[in-house]
Design a protein around this ligand. Sequence first.
Ligand SMILES: Cc1cc2nc3c(=O)[nH]c(=O)nc-3n(C[C@H](O)[C@H](O)[C@H](O)COP(=O)(O)OP(=O)(O)OC[C@H]3O[C@@H](n4cnc5c(N)ncnc54)[C@H](O)[C@@H]3O)c2cc1C
Length: 403
Amino acid sequence: MDLRFSDEDEAFRAEARAWLTAQLDGDFSGVRGRGGPGDEHALFDERLAWEHHLGANGWTCVGWPKEHGGRGLSLHQQVIWFEEYARAGGPGRLGHIGEGLAGPTIMAFGNEDQQQRFLPGIVSGKELWAQGYSEPNAGSDLANVATRAEPDGDDWRITGQKVWTSLAHWSDWVFVLARTDPTAVPKHRGISYFLMPLRQDGVEIRPIRQVTGTSEFNEVFFDGALARGIDLVGGVNTGWKVAMGTLAFERGASTLGQQMHFRNELDDVLAVARANGSIDDPVIRQRLAAAHAGLEIMRWTTLRVLSGEDNTAPPPAAMVTKLYWATWHRDLGELAMDVLGAVATLADQSVAPGNGYELTALQRLFLFTRSDTIYAGSNEIQRNIIGERALGLPPEPKVAAKP
Ligand SMILES: Cc1cc2nc3c(=O)[nH]c(=O)nc-3n(C[C@H](O)[C@H](O)[C@H](O)COP(=O)(O)OP(=O)(O)OC[C@H]3O[C@@H](n4cnc5c(N)ncnc54)[C@H](O)[C@@H]3O)c2cc1C
């Protein structure tokens, strides 16, 4: 595939840049650059208005097919859109779980009725989504989920606890893995995949205060909450396949947009290094150069992976993507602290005392990037997946289940 941009692509770039600049210099200047790693708590109402504005102008779900309400952009133009979005300082997206995970899953595994009911809310930016996978005893070992779904006429009642549920406190919907057959062996054969409203009786959401001092994720408790039978994706006890499909989206193509923001963050670190003279330190200089090279490698590798395949079904080679960007981003956080030097240990002096824990953007970046190598599959799990599924190495030994 030819990876150069055509004249048509460049015309699209000009259109996207002009639109973004006009909005982010104008009515939406307050959200410019906000809502990134460690800043997710910021300006919810303003960023929600931005989501609606993007939706109303056809700038959400740009890679989705037109028949599902997307913009149907080519891979090249998606790249351009994400580049321009980052260049313009577009805020962290509130709708990314719907756009990147729920929507593609519903397109791939949902029925027509589900597609018609759920996709428009994601495209318009009016319905926000959360991901209800992890539980206290089911993180890496997702097949261990204990949240149970019990039949109630045509519908289901969900009881149990999810944890680390990002943005649940703001979301309208959650996709939930729940056990519909407690006796199934192996365990993953007894799991189903439900689309559920979060704002209902029987759902309690408790934000978790994180090391950044703010709350991006939550505990979610279900106590007989309603999941409608028509909102079950992929059939009873066959949710595992759907769940793995969602994870493939999470670890693969949907990270393309994120990389463009990494460039801005690296530029911020570089600016500090230039300003405080640490750029003259040969070791810092070498690490900055390595970060730049790593970012370029990430970009071209992602393009190479995506360009050969239908991006709704990431290929095995996409399995390296999550491991690579997570490690790169974690290292950037550490580099940012080393570039700052001793001042990295001081709270933000320019902010009036509030909760006693004011952080600079780079400190938030550092603290939040500690989580990159954990969520969406930890580095250790990614290595297992690459070894077993991409390289065909022998599987890791399983500990025998207790009788
Ligand atoms: C910022 C953030 C946001 C998140 N958002 C969501 C969300 O929206 N929805 C959601 O459902 N979940 C979310 N999570 C949870 C995330 O998916 C889990 O934290 C992750 O899957 C790891 O599970 P765990 O925390 O239970 O750790 P564990 O699975 O208990 O793992 C603990 C340690 O053991 C290692 N380990 C485990 N198994 C193996 C193995 N087989 N081989 C080698 N090493 C192993 C792990 O790598 C890790 O270092 C989020 C997490 C974070 C940090």
